[in-house]
Design a protein around this ligand. Structure first.
Ligand SMILES: *[C@@H]1O[C@H](CO)[C@@H](O)[C@H](O)[C@H]1NC(C)=O
Length: 227
């Protein structure tokens, strides 16, 4: 029995690993849309009602354990090409967080629709941490390129709707990105006091980008009896 129950877990974790970045569904169509001489030529490339509908709930990563960021963007929803916006649906399970990341090409507006979410944003070197507590119906924004993170502060699920100011915003998780640099450079960036072994230990604990959501702070997990 125990062995059988592993299979769905494995399939799920493979699906998460595969979803680290959005795969372009139809690059031929995206290129045609990007090169269409007029807006009407573009519309003609999207003849079916289904070309104009994106179903967040039907996406394979939709879940709250621990959660997911689901993007309707140039890769996943060709109708967005040339229209200057990504819409995202964000599921945060109990205590789940979006780890620190930035979008290289977009400002990001988020609205909480259920739960209580705390957001953290540092605009750039020299900028102070801006911490905002959001209840349903409240929003904040993360300027283009700012470092940001957020956590569901509650023991029930939280949900957000997120808009990004281009159909190809990109996402860069800083912990994962940092450790892609040569180890001795990372060691120097940490002030030279950490060994390669220390760094390997830290690197080994950083969750993969996955669905864009991981478990949050130890204090929240303790409050919600998840640890
Ligand atoms: C991609 O889009 C083109 C143009 O609409 C279409 O002809 C083709 O069948 C699509 N390919 C896939 C794999 O959906």
């Amino acid at each position: 029995m125990a062995r059988m129950s592993l299979t769905p877990l494995l399939v799920l974790s493979l699906a998460w690993a595969a979803s680290a970045t959005d795969k372009t569904l139809n690059s031929t169509l995206d290129i045609s849309l990007a090169q269409a001489p007029t807006a009407l030529d573009k519309v003609a490339l999207l003849p079916s009602p289904s070309d104009w509908r994106f179903d967040f709930f039907a996406q394979p990563t939709y879940q709250y354990n621990p959660g997911a960021v689901i993007n309707a963007n140039a890769a996943t929803f060709p109708a967005t090409v040339g229209n200057g916006l990504t819409m995202s649906w964000v599921n945060l399970g109990p205590c789940a967080m979006q780890p620190p990341h930035y979008h290289p090409r977009a400002s990001n507006y988020i609205v909480v629709i259920e739960g209580t979410v705390e957001t953290y944003m540092i605009p750039e070197n020299g900028g102070e941490l801006i911490k905002v507590l959001l209840e349903p119906g409240q929003m904040t924004l993360f300027p283009k390129g700012s470092l940001h993170s957020m956590q569901n502060m509650g023991c029930d699920k939280a949900t957000l709707v997120s808009a990004l100011s281009t159909e190809d915003p990109g996402t860069h998780n800083v912990a994962n990105g940092l450790f892609g640099l040569p180890r001795d450079m990372v060691a120097a960036a940490f002030g030279g006091s950490l060994s390669a072994d220390d760094l390997d230990t830290i690197y080994g604990k950083i969750p993969p980008v996955g669905t864009g959501v991981t478990l949050g702070s130890a204090s929240c997990l303790k409050t919600c009896h998840m640890k």
